[in-house]
Design a protein around this ligand. Structure first.
Ligand code: ZN
Length: 118
C-alpha cells in the first residue's frame, strides 16, 4: 500500500453491485475499507479525499497473512467496470501478485475514530 502506517476500519459489504456503487459514486474517509462476501478487502489508499480515489485490493492467504494484490483507481472506473474488478478479485484473478504485505492489526473491526475520520 502507498500508506504503510494507515489503519482501516473494515465494514462488510456483501453485495458486489452495492460495493461498486459505493466506491464509484461516493468518496469515503481515508481509513475506510470494505469486505466482500468472498473476503476480499477494498481499502482506501488515496492520498486525500479530494484526490483520485485509489483502493488497494487485499486478499488473505492460506497462511492468514494479508497481501495487497492490486491497486484500482476507482475514480477512473464506471460502476460496471468496477463490478468486474470486484468479481475478478473475489475469484482470485489477482492473487498471483504481491504488491505489499499488510499486517492484520491494520485492518480494524471495529474501528475507533482516528485522525482520518474524526
Ligand atoms: Zn478512522
Amino acid at each position: 500500500m502507498l500508506h504503510t502506517k494507515r489503519r482501516w476500519g473494515i465494514a462488510p459489504c456483501e453485495d458486489a453491485d452495492e460495493l461498486a456503487a459505493k466506491l464509484t459514486e461516493h468518496t469515503w474517509t481515508l481509513c475506510s475499507a470494505f469486505r466482500t462476501a468472498h473476503g476480499t478487502v477494498w481499502a482506501n489508499d488515496s492520498t486525500c479525499e479530494d484526490a483520485l480515489q485509489e483502493y488497494g485490493v487485499l486478499r488473505r492467504g492460506e497462511d492468514g497473512a494479508w497481501r495487497q494484490v492490486e491497486t484500482i483507481t476507482v475514480s477512473w472506473c464506471s460502476r460496471e467496470k468496477l463490478r468486474l474488478y470486484i468479481d475478478q478479485a473475489d475469484a482470485g484473478v489477482f492473487d498471483a501478485a504481491t504488491l505489499a504485505q499488510v499486517p492484520a492489526e491494520r485492518l480494524e473491526e471495529p474501528h475507533a475514530t482516528c485522525a482520518l475520520c474524526a
